[in-house]
Write a protein that binds this ligand. Sequence first.
Ligand code: C2O
Ligand code: CU
Length: 466
Amino acid sequence: ATPAAARAATGGAGGAGGAGGAGLAGSAEGAGRAARPARGVTLRARPASVSLGRRTVSTWAYGESLPGPRIEATAGGIVRARLVNDLPAPTTVHWHGIRIDPRMDGAPGYTQQATRPGGTFDYVFEVPDPGTYFYHSHVGMQNDRGLYGPLIVEDPREPLGYDEEFTVVLDDWLDGISGTPDDALRRLNASTEHDDTLRSDLLGGVVGELVHPYHLVNGRTPDAPAVFTSRPGRLVRFRMINAAADTPFRVALGGHRIAITHTDGFPCRPVTVDTFLIGMGERYDFLVRLGPGAFPLVAEAEGKRARAFAVVRTTKIAATPNRNVRLPELDGRILTYADLEARGSDELPRPARRVTVTLGMRPSGNEWTMNDRLANDPMRLRVERGETIRIVLDNQSPMWHPMHLHGHTFQLRGTGWGGPRKDTVNIKPRERLNIDVKADNPGEWMFHCHNLYHQEQGMMGTFGYG
Ligand code: C2O
Ligand code: CU
């Protein structure tokens, strides 16, 4: 396979398309290493009409497609992506989960300026680790308008034998239906602590579907679902990405148990479950040996009466599953982080010291803090280059926070537990979790909640060293 080549999505699901642009010769500066020859991809961020199946909406997207084009690379190879900004606002591309050169991280105000309207920026970087990643705008709520897409880094020495793979991108959809994500954020910021209805609308209450009326699989609503076509008996790898702004999902595939094999790109010891939760910014890979028929792939929006839905089909004649079907799998064995363990070779050294990061909510209910600080005067964690440090994430607020650290993959750990490697971890209300991080990629890195509303309401700190 060609490293960094952009291709249409594997499998028949709606969504990714619009493959790569012209070669971007001569822009290897910043990658630092001899690149293997690679074809470039052009990401044209622009106002676009996109089809969600039965509806067409006006939004911002990469090219014409939602999700944006699937970008594929090989571990150790170079990705070249030219951002062309045809939006009326500055934008960036962040390569979520990649242990990247900080100058290419797409974190505006940290190591690069956002690309202005009419401008271009050449992202050129090595992808050191195989796995399932994604890219998205890192300016305000732009990600929630549809500026996201999958980034798949193949492992030439892949130990799993499987017959085919499907990429599944989940989203909650607001833009063009009940205002833009920026309108929603403004309403939220203007709300008071007594305005409970609005808050529960926006932040996942039972009427959350009023604000995020649709939940999408690969850009398709449940009434015109994505269809993944395979054959009975095939061993299929699903690469699932949660690109939603505000929705953790509970996922199951009707008639099947699933074997979780990777968390946020990294292999874990495989665990078989009926269902699992996926927070915003998280990725899970799982293997399924498919039976004969047509099966519902359901992602229940946790805390909302809504779901994303797709169909996995292995025979032509089976009836299409009902999108509202109640799956017994959803009540079955649910994966918890404690079930997961890193592969031995991915264990990090034991940390010599620890710091606590308290996740909090101010009484107004629309300011979210890290160690009592907001993004405009952020918490700054200073660490020593080369050290491994334990960060105790202590959620003292009533909401979930999928915390994401740029430029690194940390390890969840407890007493006697070498948990999975991840870059995003969903901390439940009143829960505490340890993450161990090795400071092996110098820079000034964003460390924030991947609930985009929380991120924009202050929950953004930094993790840095030189
Ligand atoms: Cu996917 Cu800082 O984000
Ligand atoms: Cu949060």
